[in-house]
Write a protein that binds this ligand. Sequence first.
Ligand code: G3P
Length: 220
Amino acid sequence: MGVIIINFKAYREGSGSNALELARIVENVSSRVEDYIAIAPPYLDISEILSNVSVDVFSQHVDAVSYGSHTGMITPEMIKERGVKGSLINHSEHRLKLSDIEYLVSKFKTLGLISVVCTNNVSTTASASALSPNYVAIEPPELIGSGIPVSKAEPEIVENSVRSAKEINPDVKVLCGAGISKHEDYVTALDLGADGVLLASGIVKAKDRRKALEELVGLR
Ligand code: G3P
């Protein structure tokens, strides 16, 4: 049993009515397995999902500011107040400065939000772990959206990331992501010591998303 976070990104298949539909699929599949499955839909779809579906929601990004004179920004306090559980931080498609990552991890602790800091290699995983987030998520950028699973193509990155993260902070949980879509990819990640996976296209863009998710968790 592991952790699965599905990032809807800005895919058409993951926004608007498609986001709500996918959230309902996740709610259903999640009720039939032991794995913890959460979603990270676009901001604009979060309220509707939270009002209609029983599923843990993360945001895909959050800005390193508090309430105030900031235009077009989303603060940690805003997501907390709306019932969002936590957020991805520093996703490779939305990188942040180190000082902003540190601000967010620490603010999340104060607010009781779950921090998932994304990293791109073993050394950044180690550095991120030193900030004591709840999760680090190692995703080699070149494999993102490739359909080539990191757990099979670069098992040493996953293993070494887990080792270095736990050496620095045994409490930090490690996810891996990029190219994950099959049950085998997920199980391999867990076998390599990861606590779970962060994934997107393999589910969000699948022709039959229910089937793809059921397959991922081993229900098929
Ligand atoms: O946030 C997850 C993501 O970057 C991995 O994307 O499409 O390779 O599963 P994908």
